[in-house]
Design a protein around this ligand. Structure first.
Ligand code: NAI
Length: 332
């Protein structure tokens, strides 16, 4: 067996945490032959609930789980970790403005960035799930200057998976036969789910999605809005936000980082913009990336038409505004 991987999950007593701890413990992310030591962080009032989660992990009898460390202390949670799923964040309370929520949450990620800087391995890979995910990741990296900023990423994989499912359902083909859909920009309602560069296997032939579906109005209309509003639709139906699918997407994202992307496939994730595709440098913008040896590279030179340009600029503008609000909130 390989050396154990130390994995921190924050918000481990919450909804996403409940599914995520099981999936990570089952071996799907780091490999069936790799033991994991789970560092589970939540806030002090949730320690009783977290204890129950730990009892269940034990009762799952997962061969990959070497040890479980529940804690409310970031110093313990981040000590020598190799990977972090930063899920824990404050939920929106009644009457709370978006700006107040952003201010409260970026402060959590400032503190966690400082703790990662102090206690985690410098090679740690940090995935931010808690919202606003892109901007939280930006702040977390800013306050962890000793860790390479390429090690931080924000989750838009759930949006990618939602987009892939929409296309597969529309064509009546297996999900695995659809690839290279892109989520550009922010994990918010301004995101741009883009099927232009994707392909689908139709009659065993890789076919551009626009040719396979032959309904530009749907691809530029309902497809995009369905993906953008899917989170709200799940809340309306379930009376709770997406959790199982969010945990699955978080595992997909970390697995891509850990094990790389297959030849010819790209995935979307929020990473520091280097100005590619005329996006504002320095914000955490979701791009198509390929990953090898745990390093991501933005897929370059995809043709961008006027329709895409407008949508990519709108989500970039929102990310710049969020960044400015977040930086100001961290100064308070
Ligand atoms: P939840 O409210 O069920 O759980 C959040 C947990 O985080 C709670 O147990 C809470 O006590 C804990 N927490 C709060 N502050 C913390 C801190 N400072 N340190 C450690 N733990 C802390 O929420 P849920 O449904 O699990 O969602 C978590 C986050 O993920 C939310 O911000 C949600 O908006 C976001 N999300 C992001 C998605 C994405 O695609 N990027 C998709 C779905 C949810």
């Amino acid at each position: 067996m390989a050396e154990p991987v130390r994995v921190c999950i924050t918000g481990a007593a919450g909804q996403i945490g409940y599914s995520l701890v099981y999936m990570v413990g089952s071996g799907v992310v780091f490999g069936n032959d790799t033991p994991v030591i789970l560092h589970l962080l939540d806030i002090a009032p949730m320690m009783g609930v977290l204890n129950g989660v730990c009892m269940e992990i034990s009762d799952c009898a997962l061969p990959c789980v070497r040890d479980v460390i529940p804690t409310d202390d970031p110093a313990v949670a981040f000590k020598d970790i190799d990977a972090a799923f930063l899920v824990g964040a404050m939920p929106r309370k009644e009457g709370m403005e978006r700006k107040d929520l952003l201010a409260a949450n970026v402060k959590i990620f400032k503190v966690q960035g400082q703790a990662l800087d102090q206690f985690a391995k410098k090679s740690v890979k940090v995935l931010v799930v808690g919202n606003p995910a892109n901007t939280n990741a930006l702040i977390c990296a800013k306050y962890a200057p000793s860790i390479p900023r390429e090690n931080f990423s924000a989750m838009t994989r759930l949006d990618q998976n939602r987009a892939q499912a929409q296309i597969a359902n529309r064509l009546g083909i297996p999900i695995a036969d659809v690839k290279n859909l892109i989520i550009w920009g922010n994990h918010s309602s301004t995101q741009f789910p883009d099927a232009r560069h994707g392909t689908a296997l139709v009659n065993s032939q890789p076919t551009p999605i626009y040719d396979a579906i032959k309904d530009d109005a749907w691809l530029k209309g309902d497809f995009i809005t369905t993906v953008q509003k899917r989170g709200g639709a799940v809340i309306a139906a379930r009376k709770l936000s997406s959790a199982m699918s969010a945990a699955k997407a978080a595992c997909d994202h970390m697995k891509s980082i850990w094990q790389g992307t297959p030849e010819g496939h790209f995935v979307s994730m929020g990473v520091f913009s280097d100005g590619s595709y005329n996006t504002p440098e320095g914000v955490m913008y979701s791009f198509p990336v390929v990953i090898k040896d745990q390093k991501w590279t933005i897929v370059k030179d995809l043709p961008i038409d006027d329709f895409a340009r407008e949508k990519m600029d709108a989500t970039a503008k929102e990310l710049c505004e969020e960044r400015d609000d977040a930086v100001a909130a961290c100064q308070d």
